[in-house]
Design a protein around this ligand. Structure first.
Ligand code: ADP
Length: 212
């Protein structure tokens, strides 16, 4: 199954993506992780990506698309994936649709984790504090200034994707303020309904003798 998780920073995409990966055996593709890996390279591009990410702004499309295209071509992603952090702009979504179309596949569901903006800052500040307390690394963009830029970027550039995918009949929204397990439950229900719809279509096509 091909799933996109959509939602602002701090909505819980990473947490839910890991659970989907565990239950459905499809890889978790996080553009944030891909770009952090690119940013750790001591190259000019690496340095530029690192600066852009630390500021909270979006990394230019060609770099993001190159990373996604390369990752998606790997064999573990052939039958499905859960994308976290991509697409993040209408232009990324259009390019991605074209790419999937060329491959003869489509997105099964785009699941929006809906969270009010006021709770996002709190969640991310808590995440940074907990990471520091546990002796782990705090992300360079988990500070107030970059956070505001990330939330603004979401509102202005990514939120329009909600309508874009709604008009394509693939959008489902879940309440991201509910407890983590309850959000997972809602996501699994959406995926199971989709799975049943696919099975029914296949069964009907088989009955009527039409090819699938
Ligand atoms: P979050 O969504 O919690 O802010 P991510 O790890 O998904 O964190 O992304 C961190 C940063 O990586 C973003 O602020 C942005 O600079 C960059 N990034 C990730 N995905 C994309 C994308 N699809 N397009 C452009 N930039 C991206």
């Amino acid at each position: 199954m091909r799933i996109v998780l959509l939602g602002p920073p701090g909505a819980g995409k990473g947490t839910q993506a890991k659970r989907i990966t565990g239950a459905y055996n499809i890889p978790h593709l996080s553009t944030g992780d891909m770009l952090r890996a690119a940013a750790s390279a001591e190259t000019n591009i690496g340095k530029k990506v690192k600066e852009t990410m630390a500021s909270g702004k979006l990394v230019p499309d060609p770099l993001v698309l190159a990373a996604v295209i390369e990752r998606i071509a790997q064999s573990d992603a052939r039958h499905g994936f859960v994308l976290d952090g991509f697409p993040r702009t209408i232009s990324q979504a259009v390019t991605f649709d074209d790419l999937l179309h060329t491959e003869g596949v489509e997105l099964d569901r785009v699941i929006e984790l809906h969270v009010d903006e006021e709770v996002l800052l709190d969640r991310i500040v808590t995440r940074a504090r907990e990471a520091a307390q546990a002796g782990g690394a705090v992300r360079a963009d988990d500070n107030h200034e970059a956070l505001k830029v990330r939330i603004d970027a979401y509102r202005e550039q990514t939120a329009p994707l909600i309508d874009y995918y709604r008009s394509r009949n693939v959008l489902k929204s879940v309440d991201g303020l509910r407890p983590v397990d309850s959000v997972t439950e809602q996501i699994f229900q959406i995926m199971e309904r989709r799975q049943r719809a696919i099975s029914n279509t296949v069964a009907e096509q088989a009955k009527s003798g039409r090819p699938g």
